[in-house]
Design a protein around this ligand. Structure first.
Ligand code: CU
Length: 312
């Protein structure tokens, strides 16, 4: 995000699902090739990173996993060792994308998770039973995003739940990829120094800081709630506030949104934590969560899960 995108997403359906989304739309997912990763690991783009902002350098020492993302797939290595890992995402595509890490729970197989995507309205509940959401990066087209997670060994699935203009989540278009996290091969790396902390619960963010300096910021994000939550960061147009974002999603849009995705951390299951690695430019930002509340059927945003943040 060194070159923060100023492109504003012209479509409400695209922009409202900037980072998250194990939402209702996920019910339409029909995974074609979850296990093979044949098409999923070769995004249909030129293999160049040209035009994408430089990824944030990891704190040293650090293990790094680079993931190139485009319509509709991920390109990365199929296996990494366990431990504190900086995940650097390059969005080479034309749409917003995310790399949601799902760790399969003990005894769960990839085919089981594959089947869960096809359960219609029960998909979300089943997926959150079979897997643990452990975060990941995500951001707008042409941008980069980074996140750090302490990855435990196990079978993972990378997925993008952001829907296209047709409302179909990218995962249904092949944007899923298995990732094996093998036993650690080196002594554990220390957790990086962070500049602040974000505590998520129903339905709020508690930020240890209300303002951040421009430039590199590492924010620890922890889910102390009972439901999955995400820390999706939006960069707001000058003069706009979090209330404008709330208002935008509360009514039928009459124009393009006054904000754009600016990184953050994708969804965490209860009790999970991760680090959003941010490279910020001065301005107003908002943290926002689009995950669905099972009881009300509303998105967490609609239940008040949004918070303003100033970068000076
Ligand atoms: Cu939430």
């Amino acid at each position: 995000m060194n070159r923060m995108t100023t492109r504003l997403t012209p479509d409400k359906e695209l922009s409202r699902h900037l980072l998250a989304m194990l939402a209702a739309g996920a019910g339409t997912i029909a995974l074609a090739s979850c296990g093979g990763g044949s098409a999923a690991d070769t995004p249909k783009v030129a293999g160049s990173s040209q035009g994408v902002g430089t990824v944030l350098e990891p704190p040293s020492p650090s293990s790094v996993l680079t993931i190139e993302v485009a319509e509709y797939g991920f390109r990365t290595s199929g296996s990494i060792p366990a431990g504190m890992t900086m995940v650097q995402m390059k969005n080479l595509g034309q749409e917003d994308h995310q790399v949601q890490f799902l760790r399969l729970n003990d005894g769960v197989t990839l085919p089981q998770v594959q089947a869960a995507f096809q359960l219609g309205e029960r998909a979300t509940a089943t997926l959150t039973t079979l897997t643990t959401l452990v975060g990941g990066p995500g951001t707008a087209a042409g941008d980069t995003s980074a996140a750090m997670m302490d990855l435990k060994a196990g079978q993972y699935l990378l997925a993008c739940f952001i829907p296209g203009r047709d409302g179909i989540p990218h995962a249904a278009k092949g944007m899923v990829l298995p990732l094996q996290v093998t036993a650690a091969t080196a002594p554990a790396l220390p957790a990086p120094t962070t500049q602040g902390m974000v505590v998520m619960k129903e339905f709020s963010y508690a930020l240890s800081v209300s303002a951040l300096p421009a430039g590199r910021n590492m924010l620890a994000v922890v889910n102390e709630g009972m439901q999955p939550h995400e820390f999706g960061l939006l960069r707001l147009a000058p003069g706009k506030s979090a209330a404008d974002v709330t208002g935008y999603f509360a009514a039928t849009p009459t124009g393009p949104p006054s904000f754009a995705a600016a990184g953050g951390l994708t969804a965490l299951s209860p009790g999970q934590r991760g680090i959003a690695a941010l490279d910020l430019t001065p301005g107003n930002y908002a943290a926002i969560c689009f995950l669905p509340d099972p009881a009300s059927g509303k998105e967490h945003l609609q239940l008040g899960m949004i918070a303003g943040l100033t970068v000076a």
